[in-house]
Ligand binder design. Structure first.
Ligand code: SF4
Length: 482
């Protein structure tokens, strides 16, 4: 059977960051995050086009389209293969959709990507209704999906040469090599943005379209709750500045996109590469025309790095500050200190860049005193935007092993809401206590007159910003009062 048409989709329902590996959060439950562009599918689409394979992509969730529409589209398009992206939280519902589609077209091949499949143990796969899925991608989809389709089309059987996948044969899942990361990120064709409704993915404050640009991958750190070193590797693979500029120019000149999220597990880890990227932006036709956001660790972060980033258009840096507790920051192996959190926030603010602080509570050993320290730290950092997560010990992380050892794995992690619900509690605090504390802190933080005044000052001359801040405030208060 030849694959001539491929149906790529994100399922209907709540918005999850399906294109992400480690942060598959529920966007509706977040404080200030907006849905990121589906680069995973856009990379696959451009690779399929290179092979002259027709394909369409729809993000039914962001389009607010129903399951009925999805099935109608699927029937009308009548593809030979389907590729979708799942999350740990939504997998059970996503599999029901696959089963439904299989009923409609029995000879269709189904490929599912999700970080949950990274080196998944057989007991985990057996616990899921995967009977209608032919291939699972747990590694990097950009290097796997189109390769699978090509092998099907060439009647090749050596699928296990493709790293990071599972192949089903005679009802048995066979695993290819994981821990084998492709270094050639510069060789990938640019994501096919013609197939994306770019307006759906926007900058949260202004509502302008925002593209995601994969700038580097991998992280050498070992934070106990994080899947990145497992999924993307401990070696950071940097994309060349020229290749980044090519993609930025494609977005700007061909799609009218001026705002970007630089997707790196930790953008600032290599100062000379950051400087090189920023110098290339400043020397390009895009100088002073684009704005962008990046993630950073608080260490390493040279004193002059934020200023260099600001000059190249950076307006916001996101930090995983995580905690105000010296004990917790050591135990989660963050490789930084609470004082370094304060320093990083200070130098970024001094450079004129806004701070987006991410915090995490509910680690197995945490008591009320740890929460109090984190609350104090959240207020002393005084980030422009914050997210406050309750840790979920995902399979494959060290936190999972710790929680298991402590007898805290009370609920199955699969099918639960990533980082949002207090699933397991700590040894000393119940899920309800954690959740109540989280809501209290979020409300207290965002209802400070100084915070409201700052947001007003920032937006009163820009009606789009004003409107979007108001929208986020309503969402936040709705989430808190739920
Ligand atoms: S610094 Fe920690 S949280 Fe951030 S990507 Fe690396 S391992 Fe994950």
């Amino acid at each position: 059977m030849k694959i001539k048409k491929v149906f790529l989709f994100y399922p209907p329902g709540p918005q999850y960051q399906r294109g992400e590996d480690r942060s598959q959060g529920n966007v509706d439950n977040s404080t200030a995050t907006s849905m990121r562009a589906p680069n995973d599918m856009a990379y696959v689409s451009s690779q399929l086009e290179k092979e002259n394979i027709q394909n369409i992509f729809t993000d039914y969730s962001s389009e607010k389209k129903t399951l009925k529409t999805l099935i109608t589209d699927f029937e009308e398009y009548s593809p030979d293969a389907v590729i979708t992206s799942t999350t740990t939280s939504t997998i059970k519902d996503d599999l029901k959709i696959i089963n439904f589609m299989k009923e409609v077209k029995k000879d269709c091949k189904f490929i599912m990507k999700g970080s949950i499949f990274f080196k998944a143990p057989l007991f985990l796969l057996d616990s899921l209704d995967l009977k209608n899925v032919d291939y699972l991608i747990g590694g990097e989809i950009e290097f796997a999906a189109a390769n699978i389709i090509n092998k099907i089309n060439k009647n090749e059987e050596n699928f296990l040469e493709i790293p990071g996948i599972f192949v089903r044969s005679n009802q048995v899942w066979n695993e290819s090599k994981f821990d084998n990361w492709n270094k050639e990120i510069d060789d990938l064709p640019l994501p096919n943005r013609k197939k994306i409704n770019n307006k759906l993915y926007f900058r949260p404050d202004t509502g302008e379209p925002q593209a995601t640009i994969a700038t580097s991958r991998g992280c050498p750190s070992a934070c106990v709750y994080c899947l990145t070193p497992t999924i993307s590797g401990k070696l950071t693979r940097f994309r060349s500045p020229k290749s980044i500029i090519d993609e930025l120019e494609d977005c700007y000149f061909n799609h009218g996109i001026k705002n970007f999220f630089f997707k790196s597990d930790t953008f600032t880890i290599n100062h000379s590469w950051v400087k090189d990227v920023c110098d290339h932006i400043v020397a390009s036709k895009l100088n002073n025309k684009i704005q962008w956001v990046a993630n950073s660790r608080v260490r390493p972060l040279q004193e002059d790095t934020p200023k260099i980033m600001k000059d190249a258009g950076c307006w916001l840096i996101a930090f995983g500050f995580e905690t105000g507790s010296d004990e917790t920051i050591k135990k989660i192996k963050k490789g930084a200190t609470v004082d370094e959190n304060l320093r990083a926030a200070r130098i970024v603010k001094e450079a004129g860049i806004k701070v987006y602080g991410f915090f995490l509570v509910g680690l197995p050993w945490e008591k009320q005193t740890h929460l109090n320290e984190t609350e104090k730290h959240i207020f002393e950092i005084n980030s422009d935007f914050i997210e406050l997560h309750i840790a979920v010990p995902y399979y494959g992380t060290e936190l999972y092993e710790i929680a298991k050892k402590e007898g805290l794995l009370k609920a199955p992690v699969v099918g639960q809401n990533y980082f949002e619900e207090a699933l397991t509690g700590t040894k000393f605090l119940s899920p309800e206590e954690l959740s109540k504390w989280r809501k209290k802190v979020l409300l207290k933080y965002h209802s400070r007159p100084s915070y409201i005044f700052d947001k007003f000052k920032d937006s009163f001359t820009d009606h789009r910003k004003f409107f979007n801040y108001a929208k986020h405030a309503i969402k936040l208060y709705k989430n808190i009062s739920r």
